[in-house]
Design a protein around this ligand. Structure first.
Ligand code: SAH
Length: 360
């Protein structure tokens, strides 16, 4: 399909040769004019291309609100502290979270909110959702405030950061890249990959992301220095699957990722084993990854749902029940979505909630 980004990609490939997948993703998602996140209105929710956990149910934000209040108390109720969200989309999650933390004595006066977001269209949606709150935006994690204890949360953020795809065929490693066919259309090619990847099984493909590693390391270094936690939630795996996971979604339908550059959402599953290993390397403690279902159940989502149901009008009750099952059921988001916490205490030891074996 022709999109405004297509001729830009074609020119780039004609000038520089085949483009690695990470560069392709970067163009498609973040091109300053025609990138999916930069340009597109309405990417989230029913009219948009996909629905994320905060849009499914307010329970998701509320449970994480309680989790944040608990960890803040464990940290010794520091004042001030920095609450940071990465890639907040429409701002729904933070709004639901703040509804809970606003009720905790002393908490709202102690926190200042920082959002990391690159898309101007998303920033205006977030500003509207968080009207009345004192919020600062940053387009790079490196610019976040550096002194105070920090609580960082993110949902479906790392999956949007670009990955490269490397495969093995016998002795040979190759990289999947995007090239032009004889008609000038985009198509996949394999180009030689010259670095070695030890222990990579034959006939498999791995995805790795320089940008994810870089962002994770920068955040972990901050936590090590300032004290605090990062809670990461996303779809992913604990051990590499051996196959490519990059996917494109448009109007709630899967499409080929070369199909409509800049008009489809591109994401790849997150390697949680890698995020955990980098946290250990940075001197942090780690809990998880566990499935989102176990995490939310451990935090008491079922009890909270019952309580909301008691006061909900009849026509809302079905919605609340289906929202709950979508978040926690193993065949819905309960297992594929992983939750990881990396943390470093400043003073009292920390014990992030929700990661014990299933207690429900
Ligand atoms: N957390 C939200 C939105 C997920 S979509 C939710 O769960 O609904 C990914 C979000 O990350 C979008 O807001 C997108 O604009 C933002 N984003 C993508 N790449 C980014 C980058 N490199 N730096 C900061 N934000 C980014």
């Amino acid at each position: 399909m022709t999109t405004p980004l297509l001729p830009i990609l074609q020119d780039h490939i004609r000038a520089h040769g085949p483009m690695d997948i990470a560069t392709y993703m970067q163009f498609c998602l973040s091109h300053p004019e025609h990138g999916y996140y930069t340009a597109k209105e309405n990417v989230f929710g029913r009219p948009g291309d996909f629905i994320t956990a905060p849009d499914i149910s307010q329970l998701f934000g509320e449970m994480v609100g309680f989790w944040i209040a608990d960890i803040w108390a464990q940290m010794g109720k520091p004042r001030p502290f920095s609450l940071v969200e990465l890639g907040p989309g429409r701002g729904t999650w933070m709004r639901d979270i703040l509804r809970i933390t606003d009720r905790i004595p002393g908490m709202s006066n102690a926190m200042y909110i920082s959002l990391v977001e690159t898309s101007p269209a998303r920033i205006s949606e977030q500003a509207a959702a968080l009207h009345g709150y004192d919020v600062t935006w940053f387009d790079d994690v490196d610019d976040l405030p550096v002194d105070d204890p920090i609580i960082i949360i993110n949902n479906e953020f790392f999956d949007a950061l670009p990955v490269r795809q490397i495969g093995r065929m016998g002795q040979n490693l190759f990289e999947v890249a995007v090239n032009l066919d004889h008609k000038g259309d985009l198509h996949r090619v394999k180009i030689p990959y010259l670095n070695d990847i030890p222990d990579m099984p034959d006939a498999t493909i791995v995805e790795f992301s320089e940008m994810r590693d870089q962002v994770a390391r920068a955040l972990y270094a901050r936590i090590r220095h300032q004290g605090g936690v990062i809670l990461t939630i996303d779809y992913g795996y604990d051990i590499p699957l051996g196959r490519p996971t990059l996917q494109a979604v448009r109007n709630h339908t899967h499409v080929d990722f070369l199909d409509s550059p800049g008009h489809a959402d591109l994401t790849a599953l997150v390697d949680f084993g890698r995020l955990a290993a980098l946290a250990h390397e940075s001197g942090l403690s780690v809990r998880g990854p566990v499935g989102q279902g176990i995490f939310l159940k451990n935090l008491g989502i079922a009890t909270r749902a019952e309580k909301i149901l008691e006061n909900a009008p009849l026509d809302m009750q079905e919605n609340i029940r289906t929202g709950l099952s979508r978040l926690v059921d193993p065949d819905q988001m309960g297992v594929l979505f992983r939750v990881l916490c990396a943390y470093h205490p400043r003073g009292t030891p920390l014990y992030p909630a929700g990661f014990d074996p299933d207690v429900s």
